[in-house]
Ligand binder design. Structure first.
Ligand code: PMP
Length: 357
Protein backbone atom coordinates (compact mmCIF):
# COMPACT_ATOMS: atom_id res chain seq x y z
CA UNK A 1 0.00 0.00 0.00
CA UNK A 2 1.33 3.47 -0.87
CA UNK A 3 2.05 5.67 2.15
CA UNK A 4 -0.72 8.07 3.01
CA UNK A 5 0.37 11.64 2.34
CA UNK A 6 0.17 14.23 5.12
CA UNK A 7 -1.30 17.68 4.54
CA UNK A 8 0.64 19.95 2.14
CA UNK A 9 3.45 21.79 3.89
CA UNK A 10 4.15 19.15 6.53
CA UNK A 11 7.11 17.60 4.68
CA UNK A 12 8.68 21.08 4.37
CA UNK A 13 9.23 20.97 8.13
CA UNK A 14 12.76 19.73 8.85
CA UNK A 15 13.10 17.19 11.66
CA UNK A 16 14.40 18.95 14.76
CA UNK A 17 18.10 18.21 15.15
CA UNK A 18 19.00 20.57 17.98
CA UNK A 19 19.23 19.65 21.61
CA UNK A 20 21.38 16.59 20.87
CA UNK A 21 24.37 17.14 23.01
CA UNK A 22 26.42 13.98 23.12
CA UNK A 23 30.15 14.43 23.09
CA UNK A 24 31.97 11.11 23.01
CA UNK A 25 35.02 10.52 25.15
CA UNK A 26 34.96 13.83 27.03
CA UNK A 27 34.16 14.17 30.69
CA UNK A 28 32.77 17.21 32.48
CA UNK A 29 30.54 18.20 29.54
CA UNK A 30 28.73 21.51 29.89
CA UNK A 31 25.68 22.27 27.78
CA UNK A 32 25.49 25.91 26.77
CA UNK A 33 23.25 25.41 23.76
CA UNK A 34 19.64 25.72 24.93
CA UNK A 35 19.55 28.90 27.01
CA UNK A 36 18.68 27.02 30.18
CA UNK A 37 19.09 28.48 33.66
CA UNK A 38 22.47 27.12 34.87
CA UNK A 39 21.39 27.44 38.50
CA UNK A 40 18.36 25.21 38.07
CA UNK A 41 14.83 25.77 39.33
CA UNK A 42 13.95 27.45 42.61
CA UNK A 43 14.06 25.10 45.64
CA UNK A 44 10.41 26.01 46.21
CA UNK A 45 9.56 24.65 42.74
CA UNK A 46 11.40 21.40 43.49
CA UNK A 47 9.44 21.03 46.74
CA UNK A 48 6.21 21.60 44.84
CA UNK A 49 7.17 18.83 42.39
CA UNK A 50 7.84 16.46 45.30
CA UNK A 51 4.46 17.28 46.87
CA UNK A 52 2.65 16.79 43.57
CA UNK A 53 3.37 13.03 43.55
CA UNK A 54 0.45 12.52 45.94
CA UNK A 55 -1.97 13.69 43.26
CA UNK A 56 -0.62 11.79 40.27
CA UNK A 57 -3.80 9.74 39.89
CA UNK A 58 -5.93 12.89 39.47
CA UNK A 59 -6.44 14.80 36.27
CA UNK A 60 -5.07 18.31 36.58
CA UNK A 61 -7.33 21.37 36.79
CA UNK A 62 -8.43 22.45 33.35
CA UNK A 63 -8.70 26.19 33.96
CA UNK A 64 -5.21 26.67 35.49
CA UNK A 65 -6.78 29.28 37.74
CA UNK A 66 -4.18 29.19 40.54
CA UNK A 67 -1.28 29.64 38.17
CA UNK A 68 -3.06 32.30 36.13
CA UNK A 69 -3.91 34.27 39.27
CA UNK A 70 -0.28 34.03 40.39
CA UNK A 71 0.88 35.26 36.97
CA UNK A 72 -1.58 38.12 37.29
CA UNK A 73 -0.19 39.11 40.69
CA UNK A 74 3.50 38.75 39.93
CA UNK A 75 3.49 40.20 36.42
CA UNK A 76 0.76 42.80 36.98
CA UNK A 77 -1.54 41.48 34.25
CA UNK A 78 -5.25 40.66 34.16
CA UNK A 79 -5.27 36.93 35.04
CA UNK A 80 -8.52 36.39 33.19
CA UNK A 81 -6.75 37.17 29.93
CA UNK A 82 -3.91 34.69 30.55
CA UNK A 83 -3.75 31.28 28.86
CA UNK A 84 -1.24 28.58 29.87
CA UNK A 85 0.38 26.13 27.50
CA UNK A 86 2.92 23.35 27.23
CA UNK A 87 5.79 25.81 26.90
CA UNK A 88 5.29 29.00 24.95
CA UNK A 89 5.76 26.69 21.95
CA UNK A 90 2.21 25.52 22.50
CA UNK A 91 0.86 29.08 22.61
CA UNK A 92 2.60 29.73 19.28
CA UNK A 93 0.98 26.55 17.94
CA UNK A 94 -2.47 27.62 19.20
CA UNK A 95 -2.07 31.02 17.53
CA UNK A 96 -1.23 29.43 14.19
CA UNK A 97 -3.98 26.82 14.47
CA UNK A 98 -6.58 29.43 15.34
CA UNK A 99 -5.54 32.36 13.16
CA UNK A 100 -3.47 31.02 10.27
CA UNK A 101 -4.31 28.24 7.80
CA UNK A 102 -4.46 27.55 4.09
CA UNK A 103 -4.17 30.67 1.97
CA UNK A 104 -2.77 32.80 4.80
CA UNK A 105 0.72 34.04 5.59
CA UNK A 106 2.70 34.10 8.83
CA UNK A 107 5.45 36.69 8.98
CA UNK A 108 8.69 36.85 10.97
CA UNK A 109 12.28 37.90 10.43
CA UNK A 110 15.14 35.84 9.06
CA UNK A 111 16.62 35.50 12.56
CA UNK A 112 13.24 34.64 14.09
CA UNK A 113 12.63 31.63 16.36
CA UNK A 114 12.27 28.27 14.53
CA UNK A 115 8.79 27.46 15.91
CA UNK A 116 7.17 30.28 13.94
CA UNK A 117 7.90 28.51 10.67
CA UNK A 118 7.11 25.02 12.01
CA UNK A 119 3.76 26.05 13.46
CA UNK A 120 2.83 28.03 10.35
CA UNK A 121 3.52 25.06 8.07
CA UNK A 122 1.77 22.64 10.41
CA UNK A 123 -1.32 24.87 10.28
CA UNK A 124 -1.23 24.87 6.45
CA UNK A 125 -0.17 28.53 6.24
CA UNK A 126 2.71 29.98 4.24
CA UNK A 127 5.64 31.14 6.37
CA UNK A 128 7.18 34.38 5.11
CA UNK A 129 10.59 35.55 6.26
CA UNK A 130 11.74 39.16 5.93
CA UNK A 131 15.28 40.50 6.08
CA UNK A 132 16.62 41.91 9.28
CA UNK A 133 19.82 43.87 9.07
CA UNK A 134 19.36 45.11 12.59
CA UNK A 135 16.52 45.41 15.07
CA UNK A 136 15.57 48.93 14.06
CA UNK A 137 15.01 48.40 10.37
CA UNK A 138 13.21 45.09 10.82
CA UNK A 139 10.00 46.91 11.77
CA UNK A 140 9.92 48.53 8.37
CA UNK A 141 10.74 45.18 6.78
CA UNK A 142 7.88 43.50 8.63
CA UNK A 143 5.44 46.26 7.70
CA UNK A 144 6.56 46.06 4.07
CA UNK A 145 6.20 42.27 4.19
CA UNK A 146 2.51 42.37 5.16
CA UNK A 147 -0.05 41.51 2.51
CA UNK A 148 -3.82 41.06 2.66
CA UNK A 149 -3.10 37.39 3.49
CA UNK A 150 -0.92 38.05 6.55
CA UNK A 151 -2.64 36.93 9.77
CA UNK A 152 0.22 36.73 12.27
CA UNK A 153 3.45 38.67 12.72
CA UNK A 154 5.91 37.17 15.21
CA UNK A 155 8.70 39.11 16.84
CA UNK A 156 10.77 37.98 19.80
CA UNK A 157 11.90 40.75 22.11
CA UNK A 158 14.63 40.21 23.30
CA UNK A 159 15.37 38.25 20.17
CA UNK A 160 16.78 34.75 19.96
CA UNK A 161 19.50 34.17 18.66
CA UNK A 162 20.83 37.74 18.64
CA UNK A 163 19.94 38.61 22.26
CA UNK A 164 19.20 42.17 21.19
CA UNK A 165 16.17 44.21 22.09
CA UNK A 166 13.99 46.58 20.13
CA UNK A 167 12.52 49.67 21.83
CA UNK A 168 8.82 49.81 22.71
CA UNK A 169 8.28 52.84 20.47
CA UNK A 170 9.31 50.71 17.49
CA UNK A 171 7.07 47.83 18.61
CA UNK A 172 4.17 50.25 18.97
CA UNK A 173 4.84 51.56 15.47
CA UNK A 174 4.66 47.97 14.23
CA UNK A 175 1.38 47.26 16.04
CA UNK A 176 -0.05 50.53 14.75
CA UNK A 177 0.93 49.90 11.15
CA UNK A 178 -0.34 46.33 10.74
CA UNK A 179 -3.27 45.61 8.46
CA UNK A 180 -6.62 45.06 10.22
CA UNK A 181 -6.73 41.27 9.81
CA UNK A 182 -3.35 40.80 11.44
CA UNK A 183 -2.25 39.99 15.02
CA UNK A 184 1.16 40.98 16.39
CA UNK A 185 2.72 38.31 18.61
CA UNK A 186 5.36 39.63 21.00
CA UNK A 187 7.43 36.66 22.09
CA UNK A 188 8.85 37.46 25.53
CA UNK A 189 10.65 34.19 26.25
CA UNK A 190 13.61 36.22 27.56
CA UNK A 191 11.69 39.22 28.91
CA UNK A 192 12.39 38.34 32.57
CA UNK A 193 16.10 38.93 32.02
CA UNK A 194 15.45 42.63 31.40
CA UNK A 195 14.77 44.34 34.70
CA UNK A 196 11.65 46.46 34.62
CA UNK A 197 10.53 45.23 31.19
CA UNK A 198 6.93 44.03 31.06
CA UNK A 199 7.36 42.03 27.85
CA UNK A 200 4.84 44.28 26.14
CA UNK A 201 1.99 43.63 28.62
CA UNK A 202 0.97 47.30 28.68
CA UNK A 203 0.82 47.38 24.92
CA UNK A 204 -1.43 44.31 25.01
CA UNK A 205 -3.71 46.22 27.38
CA UNK A 206 -3.81 49.23 25.07
CA UNK A 207 -4.55 47.47 21.79
CA UNK A 208 -6.75 44.70 20.46
CA UNK A 209 -4.23 43.32 17.96
CA UNK A 210 -1.29 42.40 20.23
CA UNK A 211 -0.62 39.11 22.03
CA UNK A 212 2.35 38.37 24.30
CA UNK A 213 3.89 34.94 24.92
CA UNK A 214 6.06 34.08 27.93
CA UNK A 215 7.77 31.03 29.38
CA UNK A 216 8.91 29.31 32.55
CA UNK A 217 11.72 27.57 30.63
CA UNK A 218 14.33 30.31 30.92
CA UNK A 219 14.71 32.49 34.04
CA UNK A 220 12.46 30.16 36.07
CA UNK A 221 14.53 27.12 35.12
CA UNK A 222 11.61 24.82 34.30
CA UNK A 223 12.39 23.86 30.69
CA UNK A 224 11.94 20.19 31.57
CA UNK A 225 8.37 20.68 32.75
CA UNK A 226 7.19 22.71 29.74
CA UNK A 227 5.11 25.64 30.95
CA UNK A 228 4.44 28.83 29.05
CA UNK A 229 1.69 31.41 28.89
CA UNK A 230 0.06 33.93 26.64
CA UNK A 231 -1.58 37.26 27.37
CA UNK A 232 -3.92 39.00 25.00
CA UNK A 233 -7.22 40.71 24.39
CA UNK A 234 -10.23 38.84 25.79
CA UNK A 235 -11.50 37.76 22.37
CA UNK A 236 -8.11 36.28 21.38
CA UNK A 237 -7.71 34.33 24.63
CA UNK A 238 -11.25 33.03 24.19
CA UNK A 239 -10.33 31.78 20.70
CA UNK A 240 -7.09 30.17 21.89
CA UNK A 241 -8.87 28.38 24.74
CA UNK A 242 -11.07 26.67 22.17
CA UNK A 243 -8.09 24.93 20.54
CA UNK A 244 -6.40 24.15 23.86
CA UNK A 245 -6.84 20.60 25.11
CA UNK A 246 -8.61 20.54 28.48
CA UNK A 247 -5.71 18.89 30.33
CA UNK A 248 -2.75 20.31 28.45
CA UNK A 249 -0.65 20.97 31.58
CA UNK A 250 0.19 18.38 34.22
CA UNK A 251 -0.53 19.08 37.88
CA UNK A 252 3.21 18.74 38.58
CA UNK A 253 4.04 21.40 36.01
CA UNK A 254 1.33 23.75 37.27
CA UNK A 255 2.47 23.43 40.89
CA UNK A 256 6.15 23.93 40.04
CA UNK A 257 5.45 26.98 37.88
CA UNK A 258 3.38 28.66 40.56
CA UNK A 259 6.04 28.03 43.22
CA UNK A 260 8.82 29.27 40.92
CA UNK A 261 6.87 32.41 40.13
CA UNK A 262 6.24 33.21 43.78
CA UNK A 263 9.91 32.79 44.68
CA UNK A 264 10.71 36.27 43.45
CA UNK A 265 13.96 36.49 45.45
CA UNK A 266 15.38 33.46 43.65
CA UNK A 267 14.32 34.80 40.25
CA UNK A 268 15.95 38.14 41.02
CA UNK A 269 19.16 36.47 42.08
CA UNK A 270 19.25 34.44 38.84
CA UNK A 271 18.65 37.61 36.81
CA UNK A 272 21.42 39.54 38.58
CA UNK A 273 23.89 36.67 38.29
CA UNK A 274 23.07 36.34 34.60
CA UNK A 275 23.71 40.05 34.00
CA UNK A 276 27.06 39.90 35.77
CA UNK A 277 28.20 36.71 34.06
CA UNK A 278 27.00 37.87 30.63
CA UNK A 279 29.25 40.92 30.94
CA UNK A 280 32.22 38.76 31.92
CA UNK A 281 31.56 36.45 28.94
CA UNK A 282 31.05 39.11 26.28
CA UNK A 283 34.02 41.18 27.47
CA UNK A 284 36.30 38.14 27.49
CA UNK A 285 35.19 37.14 23.98
CA UNK A 286 35.73 40.68 22.69
CA UNK A 287 39.25 40.60 24.14
CA UNK A 288 39.87 37.40 22.19
CA UNK A 289 38.76 39.13 18.99
CA UNK A 290 35.25 37.64 18.92
CA UNK A 291 32.70 40.44 19.19
CA UNK A 292 29.19 39.70 20.50
CA UNK A 293 25.94 41.51 19.76
CA UNK A 294 24.79 43.57 22.75
CA UNK A 295 22.73 40.96 24.56
CA UNK A 296 20.09 41.59 27.22
CA UNK A 297 19.19 37.89 27.45
CA UNK A 298 20.85 34.77 28.94
CA UNK A 299 23.02 34.06 25.93
CA UNK A 300 25.39 35.89 23.62
CA UNK A 301 25.76 35.73 19.86
CA UNK A 302 29.47 35.43 19.11
CA UNK A 303 30.44 36.62 15.64
CA UNK A 304 33.41 34.94 13.97
CA UNK A 305 35.27 36.02 10.85
CA UNK A 306 33.42 33.56 8.63
CA UNK A 307 31.46 30.31 8.62
CA UNK A 308 34.61 28.19 8.59
CA UNK A 309 35.97 29.82 11.70
CA UNK A 310 32.64 29.44 13.52
CA UNK A 311 32.46 25.73 12.61
CA UNK A 312 36.08 25.13 13.59
CA UNK A 313 35.53 26.84 16.92
CA UNK A 314 32.36 24.82 17.53
CA UNK A 315 34.28 21.56 16.95
CA UNK A 316 37.15 22.72 19.13
CA UNK A 317 34.74 23.56 21.96
CA UNK A 318 33.01 20.18 21.59
CA UNK A 319 36.36 18.44 22.04
CA UNK A 320 36.79 20.44 25.25
CA UNK A 321 33.35 19.28 26.42
CA UNK A 322 31.57 22.56 25.72
CA UNK A 323 28.38 22.43 23.71
CA UNK A 324 27.24 25.68 22.12
CA UNK A 325 24.71 26.32 19.34
CA UNK A 326 25.42 26.80 15.65
CA UNK A 327 22.90 29.22 14.21
CA UNK A 328 23.50 28.82 10.48
CA UNK A 329 19.80 27.85 10.20
CA UNK A 330 18.96 31.37 11.38
CA UNK A 331 20.93 32.83 8.51
CA UNK A 332 23.84 33.57 10.82
CA UNK A 333 26.47 31.14 9.44
CA UNK A 334 29.47 32.89 11.01
CA UNK A 335 27.99 32.92 14.53
CA UNK A 336 27.74 30.70 17.57
CA UNK A 337 25.13 31.24 20.27
CA UNK A 338 26.48 30.64 23.74
CA UNK A 339 24.28 30.39 26.83
CA UNK A 340 25.51 32.30 29.88
CA UNK A 341 26.37 29.46 32.25
CA UNK A 342 27.49 29.52 35.87
CA UNK A 343 30.79 31.24 36.64
CA UNK A 344 33.10 28.22 36.08
CA UNK A 345 31.42 27.50 32.72
CA UNK A 346 31.62 31.13 31.63
CA UNK A 347 35.31 31.27 32.49
CA UNK A 348 35.92 27.90 30.83
CA UNK A 349 34.21 28.78 27.55
CA UNK A 350 35.95 32.16 27.42
CA UNK A 351 39.31 30.52 28.10
CA UNK A 352 38.77 27.84 25.43
CA UNK A 353 37.74 30.39 22.81
CA UNK A 354 40.92 32.30 23.67
CA UNK A 355 42.93 29.10 23.16
CA UNK A 356 41.17 28.45 19.86
CA UNK A 357 41.97 31.94 18.58
N1 PMP B 1 10.45 31.78 21.90
C1 PMP B 1 11.77 31.92 21.85
C2 PMP B 1 12.33 33.16 21.25
C3 PMP B 1 12.61 30.91 22.33
O1 PMP B 1 13.94 31.05 22.25
C4 PMP B 1 12.04 29.75 22.90
C5 PMP B 1 12.87 28.62 23.45
N2 PMP B 1 14.02 28.33 22.83
C6 PMP B 1 10.65 29.66 22.92
C7 PMP B 1 9.89 30.69 22.43
C8 PMP B 1 9.93 28.44 23.42
O2 PMP B 1 10.18 28.17 24.71
P1 PMP B 1 9.27 27.19 25.56
O3 PMP B 1 8.42 26.41 24.62
O4 PMP B 1 10.23 26.34 26.31
O5 PMP B 1 8.44 28.07 26.42
Amino acid sequence: MAPIDPQPGIMDIALYQGGKSKVEGVTNVVKLSSNENPFGASPAAKDAVARSVHELHRYPPTDHEDLRRAIGEVHGVDWERVICGVGSDEIITFLCQAYAGEGTEVLYTEHGFAMYRISALAAGATPVEVKERDRVTCVDNLLDGCTDKTRLVFIANPNNPTGTMIGMAEIERLAEGLPDQCLLVLDGAYAEYVEGYDGGAKLVDMRNNVVMTRTFSKLYGLGGLRVGWGYGPRHVIDVLNRVRGPFNLSSTALAAAEAALRDTAYAEKCRNDNTRLRTILSEALAEHGVPCDTSVANFVLARFADQQEAEDCDLYLQKQGLIVRRVAGYNLPNCLRITVGDEPSVRRVAYCIGQFK
